[in-house]
Design a protein around this ligand. Structure first.
Ligand code: ADP
Length: 485
């Protein structure tokens, strides 16, 4: 886990450094070519053409690395690739360096400090244990070279042939270089490991910060959307209130200015119209208040437990029987099973189901029938309110659950109405963890299907119950039939 995170953190840096190394190697190639040309002029005959050949070798493998790296990048370089690429490059560089050292004076070579540079950079880029292995291999390689030169197996190429062999100084050089190689790996590791740890912490903190920023952004988006919905809602509410108010105002000013005698036939008709408008306004205001109450009161009191939906629907049907009878509409109960909700707000449930049955009666033709069907399974109850009334035009089917939407056929069939009833219905069922769906065909009837989970308790109520805090539990004073503990 730590390894993979570590790997992930350094992948971008490693990638950058490898690219930088490939560039730097071209400089080394140029340096080697220059040294191979200049060397013979200052007495180092051995560097031509040997260093030139080393330069060609370095250029060749650098070109291969460059292409492999480019192709791997195009296919999304995994970290494992980067790491083995870094190790391979380091091995090739050290090998070339040993050869270069051989042709530029052996253990007298001015290029010996370049090993130190490789060890330091290698320890930053590659795992420290691998660098210890490479330091050991380099030391052994230099020792082998030194011994082969000493035994005459390899030609010696002194920096300054006039000064002869280096003898004891070279022995010491080799010891010092070996110590330096290991020392540099150790020191670089102890310095950089702290940075690496900090880098990991920084990476983690940045990750958390990014998560929080995303969460915050989501919340801000939600707030912005809510604000937008709120102002849209306020605008249409104001709009719905303005036109009846305007009519009432006109009527009153006509009467007040004496253009029409209030006692006259026309005056009485105007007043009756104004009263009707005020009734409509009151209905809208009441529905708006109801909607606001439901929206604000989600999960709050007065709620009850163990609500018997069958009983609740039977009570509603009893209460609406006179209205149905007045329109010669038959109310048909079709209950199969008994549905008990773990949690619910009985007055709201009564209001919502009542609204659906009332609508079914209101938008049915005389002599029709309204069926209230109840089905239960282990987890949910489905209540369907079916009628064979005017139906909903296809264009309005998805919209009737929104505020102030009334289909034209409904306005013709029943001019009075606020268009807020179904919005309240939707809010109520959603607050109970369920929902309502509409299916309808214009002229053929409608079905409003409500689904409620049996075992739903909103988090706020659940928390209060778990704490044994019964403050949130206020036995309702809803109509009889809604069983509560
Ligand atoms: P209102 O009944 O006051 O107009 P509602 O929000 O209850 O407001 O209903 C919104 C609209 O949905 C109605 O105006 C009508 O177009 C349509 N509607 C609701 N119930 C029915 C139904 N049972 N049959 C046909 N249309 C319906």
């Amino acid at each position: 886990m730590a390894e993979s995170r570590f790997a992930f953190i350094f992948a971008p840096e490693l990638r950058e450094r490898l690219q930088w190394f490939i560039k730097l190697r071209w400089l080394a190639v140029a340096g080697l070519v220059a040294a191979s040309l200049v060397g013979p002029r200052i007495g180092m005959q051995s560097v031509w053409p040997s260093l030139f050949l080393v330069a060609l070798f370095v250029a060749a493998y650098n070109l291969i690395f460059f292409n492999v790296f480019r192709i791997a990048e195009e296919h999304g370089q995994p970290y494992g690739n980067l790491r083995s690429c870094a190790i391979r490059q380091m091995v090739m560089d050290l090998l070339s360096l040993v050869v270069t050292v051989h042709f530029s004076g052996g253990l007298q070579s001015p290029l010996l400090p370049v090993f130190a540079f490789h060890m330091a950079i290698g320890t930053i880029m590659i795992a420290t244990r691998i660098m210890y292995v490479l330091a050991a291999a380099t030391s052994v390689g230099l020792l082998g070279l030194y011994m082969a030169e000493g035994k005459g197996l390899l030609a010696v190429h002194p920096v300054d042939p006039t000064r002869g062999m280096c003898g004891r100084a070279c022995d010491l050089n080799l010891v010092a270089l070996t110590v330096a190689l290991f020392g540099i790996v150790y020191l670089t590791d102890s310095v950089t490991s702290r940075f690496k740890k900090r880098n990991i912490e920084l990476y983690r903190t940045t990750g958390k910060l990014q998560e929080r920023t995303t969460e915050l952004q989501c919340l801000l988006d939600e707030i912005a959307e809510l604000e937008q919905r709120k102002s849209h809602y306020m605008r249409i509410s104001a709009h719905q209130l303005r036109s009846p108010l305007g009519t009432v105002q006109t009527t009153l000013s006509v009467l007040a200015k004496g253009y029409v005698d209030p006692a006259s036939e026309r005056g009485r008709r105007l007043l009756a119209g104004a009263i009707e408008r005020v009734d409509g306004l009151l209905a809208i205001v009441n529905d708006l208040l109801e909607l606001a109450k439901i929206r604000e009161g989600r999960g709050r009191a007065p709620w009850s437990r163990a609500i018997n939906v069958n009983q609740l629907l039977a009570d509603i049907m009893d209460a609406l029987e006179p209205l149905a009878a007045e329109r010669n509409i038959e109310l048909v109960p079709d209950f199969d099973g008994v549905a008990i909700l773990d949690w619910g707000i009985p007055p709201d449930l009564v209001h919502a189901f009542e609204n659906l049955v009332q609508n079914a009666i209101k938008y049915s033709y005389r002599g029709g029938a309204v069926t209230v069907r109840l089905r239960v399974n282990d987890t949910a109850v489905t209540v369907q309110v079916l009628d064979r009334g005017i139906g909903i035009p296809a264009a309005f089917r998805d919209q009737v659950l929104l505020e102030f939407v009334r289909a034209p056929n409904a306005k013709r069939h029943a001019p009075e109405g606020t268009g807020l009833g179904l919005a309240i219905v939707r809010e109520v069922f959603e607050a109970h963890g369920g929902g309502v769906a509409v299916s309808s065909e214009e002229g053929a009837g409608s079905t409003f299907a409500v689904e409620l989970p049996l075992h739903y308790t909103p988090p706020e109520a659940r928390r209060l119950l778990q704490q044994g805090n019964e403050d949130g539990y206020r036995p309702h004073t809803a109509p009889a039939g809604t069983a509560s503990e």
